[in-house]
Design a protein around this ligand. Structure first.
Ligand code: HEM
Length: 505
């Protein structure tokens, strides 16, 4: 039988980026046994069948068969990078969070940017909000800031989130994107239109991940050691400047380079052009929150920067690419419920829903021990009485007691943090306290429209109307009154576009 023992020419291999050109010891099976051949399966004779006793072949195929984990149900396409956060202004009077304790203090971070609606192979330049997640590896465990590049969101009750996302994904029958679904939903949930306007503005197609801001969107709390707190909204403002793509550029890039933003981030960091963001907060008290005309816990609303200006806190810099995409980016598990003492949730209903949803999806996507994966591990030791479960690695607590209370000892509670997380007044009665649609839901979208330059207004009208035109006339008709309620001229311009473009209206 012919023998093919060809080896790659080592001179050719140097042209790639692999940090290696030579032997690295014996190739082994997963169980550490030497592999006799990685090129030829064991067969019964030259023309005979392949043998089950070839462990390396079976293990290699079986492992390959299981390479994919479920992709994120939303935000499936993304890119990540390591870096640091540095405190630049003193906020120790607002919070006991240790990573914020003094100017100059640095905390390692891992950041992931993403689109929302597309699958993991979808185009980076799709018109979509962008995810903006930052994991702070602090000495008190991890704080995850899981935000977007928009200060607001489409819906304000978590019970609406799965339905909203279904309208952004594929039609259950055709498996196609379906503009009818989204315009139907938005005309029935018009509080979404504030975010819809941002989506169809030029900020809906940012030029890569480096040229956009990030926001917590939700109101959070900064808490002091005595339990007193301020409400805050986090803003990460890009130092690269805002840069957006036109609808046409974005559409072209979707075809010519669907990984445009992933490549841009990777290459910038690789050439030492480290992107950075100035991190600031808006601060307001409980009393000030009560006096506001709008509900600061309704994530479809912004909190005015005129009333509550930005206060600088620090700087985020991304200076290191992942070594391995799957291990670091795909397995990263961000959750708004990963919080440190001194940072706490507000009553924002959407945020409350998210506190549950993220660890729940991580247990499904990565397994019950997802926090043991290196990218998700906190800097310090993890000590508790949780044990076992699938893919439990490390010592699993060794021979220490796995229950508490016990008469032997073990990790001790931190009573000093009790006051910090427990202080919040509640009033009223349990019930379905429905948000009513009011004029206030149209005030901020109107202000946004009037804030745009003439050119930006024109882009918004064109982008939005071109999309509405793809929905059936019945849905075009149902969205128009809401757009007119935002601003008569805005609605009229969309209507005129639809009529001019034979949308069937
Ligand atoms: C990802 C649920 C609202 C930002 C996800 C994932 C789920 C989810 C299940 C996948 C996570 C994973 O597989 O690791 C929800 C629910 C929401 C909600 C139930 C409302 C009730 C929001 C809002 C924001 C946001 C308001 C921004 C302010 C993100 C980001 C990711 C994400 C950035 C990607 C995280 C990453 O980079 O791994 N969301 N989401 N989500 N969500 Fe949400």
């Amino acid at each position: 039988p012919p023998v093919n023992n060809q080896k790659a020419d080592p001179k050719v291999a140097t042209s790639t980026d692999f940090p290696l050109n030579g032997d690295l010891g014996t190739l082994t099976t997963g169980s550490g046994n030497p592999v006799p051949s990685n090129q030829t399966s064991q067969t019964a004779g030259y023309y005979g069948p392949v043998l089950l006793q070839d462990f390396h072949l079976i293990d290699k195929l079986a492992h390959f068969d299981r390479e994919r984990i479920p992709e994120r149900v939303v935000h499936a396409k993304g890119a990540g990078a390591h870096g640091y956060f540095e405190v630049t202004k003193d906020v120790s009077h607002l919070t006991c969070a240790k990573f914020l304790s003094e100017v100059g203090k640095r905390t390692p971070i891992f950041t992931r940017f993403s689109t929302v609606g597309g699958e993991s192979g979808s185009a980076d330049t799709a018109r979509d909000p962008r995810g903006f997640s930052v994991k702070f590896y602090t000495e008190e465990g991890n704080w995850d800031m899981v935000g977007n590049n928009t200060p607001i969101f489409f819906v304000r009750d978590p019970i609406k989130f799965p339905d909203f996302i279904h309208t952004q994904k594929r039609d259950p029958r055709t498996h196609l994107k379906n503009p009818d679904m989204q315009w139907d939903f938005w005309s029935l949930v018009p509080e979404a239109l504030h975010q819809v306007m941002i989506l169809f503005s030029n900020r809906g197609t940012p030029d890569g991940f480096r040229h956009m801001h990030g926001y917590s969107s939700h109101t959070l709390k900064l808490v002091k050691a005595d339990g007193t707190f301020h409400y805050v909204k986090w803003h990460f403002r890009t130092n690269q400047g805002i840069k957006n793509l036109t609808a046409q550029q974005a559409a072209e890039l979707s075809g010519s380079n669907p990984d445009y933003a992933t490549q841009d981030l990777f290459e910038a960091i690789e050439r030492g052009d480290h992107p950075s963001w100035t991190v600031s907060i808006q601060i307001f008290t409980e009393e000030e929150a009560r006096k506001l005309k709008y509900d600061p816990f309704d994530v479809t609303k912004v909190v005015s920067q005129k009333d509550f200006p930005l206060h600088e806190v620090g700087r985020m810099v991304l200076d290191r690419n992942p070594e391995n995409y799957f291990a670091e980016v795909e397995q990263a598990a961000f959750s708004p419920s990963h919080m440190v003492p001194g940072i706490a949730p507000s009553p924002d209903r959407m945020l409350q829903g998210r506190l549950f949803s993220y660890p729940d999806t991580h247990r499904h996507r990565l397994g019950a021990n997802y926090l043991q994966l290196p990218i998700n591990q906190p800097l310090g030791a993890v000590r508790n009485h949780q044990r076992d479960g699938p893919m439990c690695f490390g010592g699993n607590g060794g021979r220490l007691p796995n229950y508490e209370p016990n008469s032997f000892g073990g990790p001790q509670e931190a009573p000093a943090t009790r006051e910090i997380d427990a202080r919040a007044a509640v009033e009223g009665y349990i019930g379905r306290h429905t948000y009513q649609l009011t004029d206030e839901d149209f005030d901020q979208p109107r202000a946004l429209y009037r804030l745009l330059s003439a050119g930006e207004q024109q882009d918004l009208v064109n982008n939005m109307a071109a999309n509405i035109a793809q929905a059936k006339p019945v849905f075009q008709r149902s969205i128009l009154p809401h757009l007119k309620r935002i601003d008569g001229e805005f609605g009229a311009r969309i209507e005129a576009f639809l009529k001019d473009h034979n949308s069937g209206l």
